[in-house]
Design a protein around this ligand. Structure first.
Ligand code: GCU
Length: 610
């Protein structure tokens, strides 16, 4: 580790001083053709080492990709390529190593590495990196797109994954299990979408799909297109985060370096992709989780249905091409819809404002704090951090949601309520920050709904899913509460998604509240940003908060609704938990999420990013 980083971390540990991190480290990447950087004329072919940089704050982490096609661990070393990396690298930099594909290539003796020699070659990378003071990360080779995992099954078993893991364990350094992660992604997440991995992630291109391949190309098992590489770089970031959370075998130095690296991973946004058809049966790009400014491709390959255009969540046309590539992701959660003839009309989807995102941060900048999302300060509710419900959250304007922000039924709190679309699986997602972890938090949900049968919903909070029953309240202006118990939270940022389960949609949701302190809409933490832009994109405008204060309580005007809500809020915030514990239904969770974590990570991350 570089001495100044060590000093920086020590200074934070022992003095709590806000030291600005004005320097950057470089990740040197070594590997094979699935990792290397390709020239423009073979686009969309891309290696994961080519796009890894998009996931890191560029002012703090740079990526230098030395991977080259056809190389095994042995030939990469023999050609002096690791020496070249060592000449360029500095103490404190990172060395990311992925080998195995060419090592296992029985048909090319010039590349092949006998499995009994493989760990020794990998150890040479570790030793060279260590001697230079670098932080080495071993990455198991991603699964080839086939019916089996060539590294762990079949006659000619070549356990590159297991061997790399052993070397990583012996050296107490991070092990990124890209092999297992990609295997699970292809065989679980994309299992029921035949051809998706082959045609959208790997390089099986039909005639004329891309200008560089007028005759098409059939490489559906080994090499990635840009979206495949982006997906794998995303998996690598998740695995780095996972190592920090749960790898108990890391040396103190490796852990400190990894903490710094993970803190420089950029915030990722949900890029939801859908069609306006209920019976679409062709291929379509799946929902992605990428940082702002990353390359993105939207694709549809219909099966007889007529494609018209791509629209964003404001119903603006973004492209008429079935393959829309070469654009950069925005700094917010966003939904793109493929519009087809005969499908439903475009409806605007509520969404948050764009976060401030600097495409070319100054090299001296210390990076954007994770909680700096710009949010309308009016949405920041004040629980005064005391009472039974110290953390109330206005639900009227999600970061992304199917439905509208409404104010036409009185009695709501805050800026209005969210009226989720009347469909079976409409969702609304909120970015939430929690300053502490909890295994048994209680969440109150305030809602109203006029009807006869329940409108039950699923609440996804952090990694847990909770079924919540919503019985009718008698009228749209009669607000009631239900409770979710034993909610697990990891400290830091997470998403809260509410999802309707009934054809008729869900109830109107006014607010939720946590019974623990320090949970708020991301961006609402102290110090609050008072000058940020308005978030809502609703078809009906929320009542201006200013007018509320001027109205006398109990007035029949529109703003009296907020007066009723405010009174209710004040009562709730001061109410003892005993009273609330006696109320409400118990909703038990089947939450398997490991929750022993993160206070530490949170403190690290907070101190390093501020
Ligand atoms: C009515 C009501 C809305 C509500 C909707 C529904 O239109 O005014 O506030 O959301 O019904 O059924 O969900």
């Amino acid at each position: 580790m570089k001495p100044f980083i060590k000093f920086f971390l020590l200074a934070l540990l022992f003095t709590g001083l806000a030291v600005s991190d004005s320097t950057s480290v470089t990740i040197y990447v070594v590997g094979d053709s699935t990792v290397m950087t390709y020239v423009e004329k073979v686009y969309p072919q891309t290696g994961w080492g080519q796009v890894l940089e998009y996931f890191f704050d560029a002012s703090r982490v740079k990526v230098s990709n030395h991977a080259l096609g056809g190389r095994s661990s042995r030939t990469f070393l023999a050609e002096g390529r690791l020496d070249a990396v060592m000449n360029a690298a500095q103490k404190g930099d990172f060395l990311f190593v992925q080998f195995g594909h060419n090592d296992r290539d029985y048909s090319h003796t010039d590349r092949y590495v006998d499995p009994k020699d493989f760990p020794g070659y990998i150890q040479q990378f570790v030793d060279a990196g260590k001697a230079k003071g670098m932080n080495v990360v071993l990455i198991s080779p991603m699964n080839l797109n086939g019916s089996r995992n060539v590294f762990s099954t079949g006659d000619k078993n070549y356990d590159a994954r297991g061997m790399m893991q052993t070397v990583a364990n012996n050296n107490k350094i991070p092990f990124v299990d890209l092999n297992m992660k990609s295997y699970n992604t292809y065989n679980t997440t994309y299992k029921n979408i035949p051809d998706y991995v082959t045609r959208y992630l790997y390089k099986k291109l039909e005639k004329g799909e891309y200008p560089n391949y007028p005759d098409g190309v059939s490489d559906g098992t080994t090499h990635f297109q840009e979206m495949g590489s982006m997906g794998h770089a995303q998996m690598i970031c998740e695995e780095l985060e996972e190592n920090l959370r749960s790898n108990t075998n890391l040396s103190a130095d490796a852990k400190a370096a990894l903490t710094m690296l993970v803190s420089a991973i950029k915030k990722r946004y949900t890029i939801k992709v859908q069609t306006n058809l209920s019976n679409y049966n062709g291929l379509i790009t799946q929902t992605q989780y990428f940082p702002a400014g990353a390359p993105m491709t939207l694709r549809v390959t219909p099966n007889g249905q007529t494609f018209e255009k791509w629209v964003d969540d404001d119903c603006n046309e973004v492209s008429k091409n079935m393959i829309y590539y070469g654009f950069k992701t925005k700094a917010r959660d966003i939904t793109y819809t493929a519009m087809f003839q005969g499908g439903s009309e475009c409806k605007k989807i509520a969404h948050g404002a764009e976060d401030q995102y600097d495409e070319n941060p100054m090299s001296s900048s210390s990076g954007t704090p994770a909680s700096s999302a710009s949010i309308d300060a009016k949405l920041c509710m004040d629980g005064s951090d005391k009472g039974a419900w110290p953390s109330p959250i206005d639900m009227s304007q999600p970061e992304m949601g199917e439905g509208t922000t409404d104010t036409d039924h009185e009695g709501y709190t805050g800026q209005g309520f969210f009226n989720i679309s009347n469909n079976a699986s409409s969702t609304a997602t909120y970015n939430i920050t929690s300053e502490q972890s909890a295994s048994n938090a209680r969440v109150m949900v305030r809602y109203s709904f006029d009807g006869t049968e329940n409108r039950d919903m699923k609440f996804k909070i952090d990694y847990g899913t909770y079924d919540v029953a919503f019985p009718p309240t008698g009228s749209w202006t009669k607000w009631d509460t239900v409770y979710i118990d034993d909610v697990m939270l990891d400290a830091l940022d997470f998403k809260l998604t509410i999802e309707s389960t009934m054809e008729k949609g869900g109830p109107n949701i006014d607010m939720i509240a946590f019974d623990i302190k320090g949970v708020y809409r991301t961006g609402c933490g102290v110090p609050r940003k008072q000058d940020s832009v308005v978030v809502a994109d609703s078809t009906k405008k929320p009542a201006p908060a200013d007018s509320v204060k001027k109205e006398p309580k109990g007035s029949k005007s529109d703003s009296s609704s907020t007066a009723i809500g405010h009174k209710w809020m004040a009562e709730q915030m001061g109410t003892s938990s005993a009273k609330f514990n006696a109320l409400g239904q118990k909703v038990r969770s089947e939450n398997s999420r490991r929750h022993e974590v993160n206070r530490k990570t949170f403190l690290w991350r907070k101190s390093v990013t501020r």
